[in-house]
Design a protein around this ligand. Structure first.
Ligand SMILES: Cc1ncc(COP(=O)(O)O)c(C=O)c1O
Length: 432
């Protein structure tokens, strides 16, 4: 059991609540991960807060004009009525169209209608409910979003097997990934979650790496294993370099093999700068599955929704529709994308124009909200605390090895000084 859970259980041990806790209740805890470190940074990061996966400009969150303008004029029907369990029909249909437009590899006839869930986190958790039992390993990247451990590990009792995705080369360690998939395939079933653009590394595969990833999945399916691939596409669309993929792996995964079930989980959270909406989508795709199968899967998912939150948030779905219908939206999204892309280039420029540090090595990055350093012979958590308490800079440590900087939440004008301080502080703690 996690140490933090044990500490909470110890506090509650002599109480009625402690005696009544379920097995899951005993396993749950609040991690000292991104959210806790962000809360710490909100108090102390007076110079720059680069902890949180949101996009800020001049100290305020970015917001789409359609959302800001429409809120006061929503009708009661658009705010307070219950939404259908699987979501408002038009929202689902439009999202499906958008998926097909942005991902030419998707065959719209061959996938389910997206189901609205209360955020991508909820979508992942529901898919875990449907497909992941206790002691069933889930393959993921190392490093990965820290919430996977809580969702798969603690909630479902399913160990997260983190595959080191980055070796010493410039991109993915495909041999290592292949070996891990092959070895899991010996059990007859493989469950994996792929997250590109990746949190925390900011990496998306090259076109050739994407081909190999697809080939790896196809190979293990061909060898007889059933494969679930969850595509966590939280940061979809924020691709900054044409040498790397510009669309989700879901399209190809949903057509490669009858033994592969692909699930795309995405939403407006990061793509449309609507973090607090608590709205996401889950879409199923698999070669040979027909609409009758998708209907059954959607009903299973509706059971998971109905038995937890009952339905997703109505105002968020209304506002998403208004945003999608608003003629200002495409240009505005382009502007925000360019804002983030320009920050990405500023970070790249800083790193490429300095002599590399032995103690702080940038993992490859080309997309999304973040980039991450591997800390060598220095402790990422100690570096984080030093940056926060001595310099007022908030960043996130993933264990002792990785330090994540969310360039999405700092203005470009601050990038040079933030990174200079990070480098100087790391250098003072290490040997170079
Ligand atoms: C990889 C990844 N997946 C999912 C999420 C959560 O998305 P949502 O806020 O829609 O639940 C995040 C948010 O930080 C994330 O980084």
């Amino acid at each position: 059991m996690n140490m933090l859970a044990e500490e909470l259980n110890e506090v509650l041990r002599e109480t009625v609540a402690g005696r009544l806790l379920s097995g899951l209740g005993q396993r749950l805890y609040f991690p000292k991960g991104i959210i806790a470190q962000s809360a710490e940074a909100r108090k102390n990061a007076h110079f720059a807060n680069a902890t949180i996966g949101m996009a800020y400009q001049n100290g305020r969150p970015i917001i789409m004009s359609a959302v800001a303008d429409e809120i006061p004029s929503l009708t009661p029907e658009e705010i307070v009525v219950y939404a259908p369990t699987a979501g408002v029909e038009r929202t689902r249909l439009i999202w499906k169209d958008i998926l097909a437009q942005k991902n030419p590899s998707i065959d719209p006839q061959g996938i389910s209608l997206p189901v609205v869930v209360p955020g991508i986190t909820a979508g992942i958790s529901y898919i875990a409910d449907l497909f992941i039992d206790e002691a069933t390993p889930v393959l993921s990247s190392r490093p990965c979003w820290d919430n996977y451990e809580l969702i798969f590990g603690e909630r479902r009792g399913a160990p997260v097997t983190e595959i080191p995705f980055f070796g010493s080369g410039p991109g993915l360690d495909l041999d290592g990934i292949r070996q891990n998939f092959r070895s899991e395939a010996r059990s007859g079933q493989v469950r994996a979650i792929l997250n590109f653009p990746n949190n925390p590394s900011g990496y998306s595969p090259t076109h050739a790496e994407a081909d190999t990833l697809i080939e790896i999945v196809e190979e293990i399916a061909e060898s007889g294993a059933d494969v679930l691939v969850i595509c966590d596409d939280a940061y979809f669309g924020l691709f900054y370099d044409a040498d790397f993929i510009q669309e989700s792996l879901f399209g190809r995964l949903s057509t490669i093999h009858e033994r592969v079930l692909a699930v795309k989980i995405d939403g407006p959270t990061k793509e449309d700068y609507a973090w607090g909406f608590r709205m996401g989508f889950v879409t199923f795709g698999s070669k040979n599955l027909q609409s009758v199968h998708y209907d059954a899967l959607v009903k299973k998912l509706m059971g998971a929704i109905r038995s937890s939150v009952s339905c997703a948030n109505t105002p968020a779905q209304t506002l998403m529709l208004k945003t999608m219908d608003d003629p200002r939206t495409p240009a505005e999204k382009e502007r925000y994308y360019n804002l983030l892309k320009s920050r990405y280039h500023a970070v790249k420029h800083f790193i490429e124009s300095r002599p590399p540090l032995d103690c702080l090595q940038a993992l490859p990055f080309n997309s999304g909200y973040f980039m991450t350093f591997r800390c060598v012979d220095i402790d990422a958590e100690k570096l984080r605390l030093e940056l926060l308490h001595k310099h007022g800079i908030g960043v996130v440590a993933f264990g002792t090895e990785f330090l994540r900087i969310a360039f999405s939440s700092i203005d470009e004008s601050q990038i040079e000084s933030v990174y200079r301080i990070v480098y100087d502080t790391a250098r003072s703690m290490g040997n170079s």
